[in-house]
Design a protein around this ligand. Structure first.
Ligand SMILES: [Zn+2]
Ligand SMILES: [Zn+2]
Length: 427
């Protein structure tokens, strides 16, 4: 009897001594080693790790940690990687972890990223699986993302004879708060020495049905920069404006002029938003104050126009300050860059998803003017950021957000299938 037949025979004998659940695991995990995994196998494998993935999600959900404080979460991930026998390095952006699964064969490098931080929101009392930390909640689904990546890691580790190349796992802290964990991990050299074929991440999508995923090739999410403008003049009695410089009127002129940049200078096919939510002029009915402060956000879908808008904002503010005889200072805090999905790779992953879960479960998504620090990876490496449906779960960033955990089966299966398709073993 050859080694191959011997293996199958051992599996068959072993099965007869096991109960159903164990039998199912053994048949999956052993049988796939002697044949090439099909999409059906991947889905069944994702089902077989579902209880594990859901358990991780629940543990993380009960212990949310805010950005820059993910110590417990990071320790949890570390222990899981240890249990799986996956090599890792920790300490990127303080609590970030880089795991690595080597197939032992030459091939592509695939990078998978999950974010780990929660939000300062008090969770809705009525939720069954609920935060146990006061004032913190996984309201953006990052517990779902970290659980997904651990599930994916488990499958890829166990099936590494099935693919070639290596998979880098990034468990990233602090996505929600500027400057974000992504840029800090990159600056800490988390991908130095690697040439990723793709950096991939997925994110929960409320109101998209469970079992579905969504893609958008090209620029998908906006950059988000903060604009702070301070106006300084010589205020005074509102009844004698010819004796003072009017900081409030200058602020109003600046607001209008900057909106005209969006309306008149940015091409209409580049979605751009400039919103000022703060206009501080603490005078009175008859007092023009010395100081006025404006704060707003600039969001756009093109890195080229992002740079040009920032330069033009400075020019317009400076010109108006000369015109109205006031001093202005402008501080633009660079937020996250736009999320750019490599079109060819997005199409490739989309086709994999269609093969794995069916055309009817793969949707196209509209662009969004929200921001995400995954943009930093997309500006440096070919990347794909896609969504998985979590059903009617309430909106993200609200106390009511309550994703359907069944969606974890799809999130795990599609990511594993995408890796397997890109790293098909040639032997
Ligand atoms: Zn969020
Ligand atoms: Zn998020």
């Amino acid at each position: 009897m050859g080694a191959y037949m011997m293996r199958i025979w051992c599996v068959k004998v072993a099965r007869n001594f096991l109960f159903y659940e164990e039998k199912r695991e053994l048949s999956l995990r052993e049988e796939i080693l002697v044949r090439i995994m099909t999409y059906q196998d991947i889905k069944e494998y994702a089902e077989s790790v579902f209880e594990y993935v859901r358990g991780v999600r629940r543990d993380l959900h009960r212990h949310p940690e805010l950005a820059f404080h993910e110590e417990w979460t990071s320790g949890y991930v570390e222990k899981e990687l240890q249990k799986m026998g996956i090599a890792y390095v920790k300490g990127f952006a303080e609590y970030g972890i880089r795991g690595i699964i080597e197939s032992g064969k030459d091939g592509e490098t695939i990078v998978l990223r999950a974010d780990m931080d929660a939000l300062p929101i008090e969770e809705d009392e009525r939720h069954e699986i609920k935060s146990e930390i006061k004032g913190a909640m996984h309201a953006c689904g990052h517990d779902m993302h970290t659980a997904t990546l651990l599930g994916v890691a488990k499958i890829l580790m166990e099936t590494r004879e099935q693919w070639q190349g290596k998979v880098v796992l990034l468990f990233q802290p602090s996505e929600e708060v500027w400057p974000g964990g992504a840029i800090r991990m990159l600056n800490d050299g988390v991908l130095d020495g690697y040439t990723p074929k793709i950096v991939m991440a997925n994110h929960v999508m409320p109101d998209l049905e469970v079992g579905k995923v969504g893609f958008h090739g090209g620029t998908y999410m906006a950059s988000g920069d903060e604009i702070h403008i301070r106006i300084k003049g010589h205020g005074g009695h509102g009844g004698v404006p010819h004796l003072l410089t009017d900081t409030v009127l200058t602020g109003a002129q600046i607001l209008v002029a900057l909106q005209e940049l969006v309306a008149r200078e940015v091409p209409a096919n580049i979605p751009t938003v400039l919103s000022f939510g703060r206009f501080e002029a603490l005078g009175a009915t008859n007092i023009i104050p010395d100081d006025v402060y404006l704060a707003g956000t600039l969001r756009t879908m093109s890195e080229e126009w992002r740079g040009r808008m920032k330069a033009r904002i400075r020019e317009v503010v400076s010109a108006l300050s000369t015109a109205f005889r006031v001093e202005t200072s402008i501080d633009i805090k660079d937020g996250f860059p736009s999320v750019y999905n490599n079109p060819e790779l997005t199409e490739q992953v989309r086709q994999t998803a269609i093969s794995a879960i069916g055309q009817e479960n793969v949707v196209n998504m509209e662009v969004r003017t929200t921001a995400e620090d995954f943009g930093y990876y997309t500006q440096r490496y070919p990347s794909v950021y896609y969504r998985f449906g979590v059903g009617e779960s309430g909106n993200v960033h609200t106390a009511q957000f309550d994703p359907d955990e069944e969606s974890l089966k799809t999130s795990v299966a599609v990511m594993v299938a995408a890796v397997m398709d890109m790293c098909k073993s040639k032997n």
